[in-house]
Design a protein around this ligand. Sequence first.
Ligand SMILES: Nc1ncnc2c1ncn2[C@@H]1O[C@H](COP(=O)(O)OP(=O)(O)OP(=O)(O)O)[C@@H](O)[C@H]1O
Length: 696
Amino acid sequence: MPSPASADRTDHLVDGLADELAEEQAYLDEAREQLGRMRRLAESLDAAKASDAISGEVLGRVLARRIASLQDDPHTTLFFGRIDVEPAGGTPEQFHIGRRHVSDEAGDPVVVDWRAPISTAFYRASPLEPMDVVLRRRFGVDRGRLTAIEDEHLREPARSAGASAGSLLSAEIERPRTGPMRDIVSTIQPEQDEIVRSDVGVTVCVQGAPGTGKTAVGLHRAAWLLYSFRERLDRSGVLVVGPNRAFLDHIGAVLPSLGEVRVGHATIESLLDHGRVRAVEPAGLATLKGDPRLAEVLRRAVWSHVGRPDEAVVVPRGVRKWRVPAYEVQEILDELATRGVRYAAARDLLPQRLAHHVLLEMERAGEAPDDRVQDAVARSVPVRKYVASVWPALDPQAVLHRLWSDADALRAAADGVLDDDEQRALLWDKPVRTKGAARWTFADMALLDEVADLLHRTPSLGHVVLDEAQDLSPMQLRAVGRRCSTGSATVLGDIAQGTTPWATSSWDEAMGHLGKARHDLVVLDRGFRVPGLVIEYAARLLPFMAPGLGAPVSVRDNPGRLAIRAVLLGALEAEVVRAVEAAAASPGSVGVIVADAAVAALSAALTAAGVPHGRVDRDHGDDEDHPVEVVPASVAKGLEFDRTVVVEPAAIAAAEPDERTGLRRLYVVLTRAVSELTIVHADPLPEALHHPPVDV
Ligand SMILES: Nc1ncnc2c1ncn2[C@@H]1O[C@H](COP(=O)(O)OP(=O)(O)OP(=O)(O)O)[C@@H](O)[C@H]1O
């Protein structure tokens, strides 16, 4: 059975187009045949015929991947759109656009990949700029069959009537959610497509209100880049960075559904894993540790370990002793320290430099040593000991342990950069004897990463997609930035959804910390997820916590549903259970969003009332994909549900350290619903939500 929405639309849209729909269905059947033929061909190829065992193995892997990519998924169609193109003076052509390329026996395209250049026109052509397209056709799809046609005649817009433009888009957004986030290839919008197809060398920063498609766009850009620059990016790698595991679970199926399984997914925590986080610190201190001035402090701290030689290097060989005087060693050290190489790389060069000077001494004395002698001197015990004393080997934890425990060391590194109060705040209250005993915090991880990079250059990937970027501190942004220092990035975020004490208030600044001062800033303001009634309500908070930022304009005709239920304290749980049961009665997902501290009690109340549900937390999504999920407010960012029940907004806001962050958290929570938002509260709603007066 088609879902009610698509059934309505089918009747409406197919009117007069039934024959065409039958023809398209026949074309789809033919495309399936051709895909089967391509798969059988791939299966018949024999990797054993390769010239040697290694090429045979490589070929075997390539063939296995190709065969897997040619599997037909009966739940979906091979194409979702079509364009009829009539270039001036050229031959008219027709292209069906789908998730993958399908060709016939002659090698002619039956379906073109959505990422191929020809498909650009499918997404971007408009009556003002038709790009030679005379007809754009979109298909409604249900379980592998075509159910509807939506036509746009770009040269004769009047003929496009019949179907209201965008109804398939709405149907797609409102299709009930079961399981993780889906791809949007069939309905990518022109402004989104511009971002998706930005050149591989371009870093794009996308500011967009809730539900404007930032995450979707970032993931589709990764897929497009991998298709268009496969060789380069396969080698260098593509990484998606998101706020927590629950979010990664939510988005993790999108790229595989587009055929891309070789993209890494990481949270900031997993990316900056330099030890176990064992302590939490006050927000002010964590903010200070995220301050970009710490980069200079750490740079000085690392290089301060290079000593001042006051003795010559003495290398006995046979009956003679060879010396490199201290002032010459100093010259070598100065040269190495100013070459722009990392601390450890420069240290690795030092023994050979010293040995070279010994060699020169030998030559001056009439000997004729060769390279082997230089190597032997470089590896000799006296040289190794000398190097260890003037240029000690370091590891990140040792450097930071010293800084946080030794006031003199910190003063030397921070002099003129941090004031006395700041330095005092950074020092540990109680001495920590060894680095192994240190109780590192989350903010320390970005500092350890900075030190690690001062010691050894961090390898750069080809492209990084960074989601919810507004929440990163400058030091965290630097850490992500060094992972795409020779590549490019897609940075996604919303200043109004910044909920960390160190959240950025300026993309220019944030992009500077990321090392991408040159970037394209794009603002997305058309809202896909959140229906009009709900977004207008949530937007009441904006003037109080992100003045100057506007609400998105919902693209949906359906205004959605907003219900606000005030109850007496004793009746709160019962009312929440009622609201959840009502929400769960229709197909799709339900999120019950509640202050973190109230999750356990609410989950128990639902269990007692016999309402099956899952629980999401920072470290995992829900493996079983229950239709009803209880979600702590701090984890809701980036997630979405067909219907949400938000419990006690005042408590959600009050759980944050300050009012602005509280209202921002609430804004995030109120904007998770695709169709319906029900608020249940016993405490008065936060003042900001009363303007203008609610009328429901
Ligand atoms: N062009 C589109 N066609 C169909 N669905 C879309 C389109 N663009 C966005 N969506 C849908 O809208 C919803 C919101 O998208 P997404 O999560 O990418 O927004 P976001 O800007 O990252 O939101 P937030 O800031 O709240 O995390 C998703 O369900 C997504 O699939």
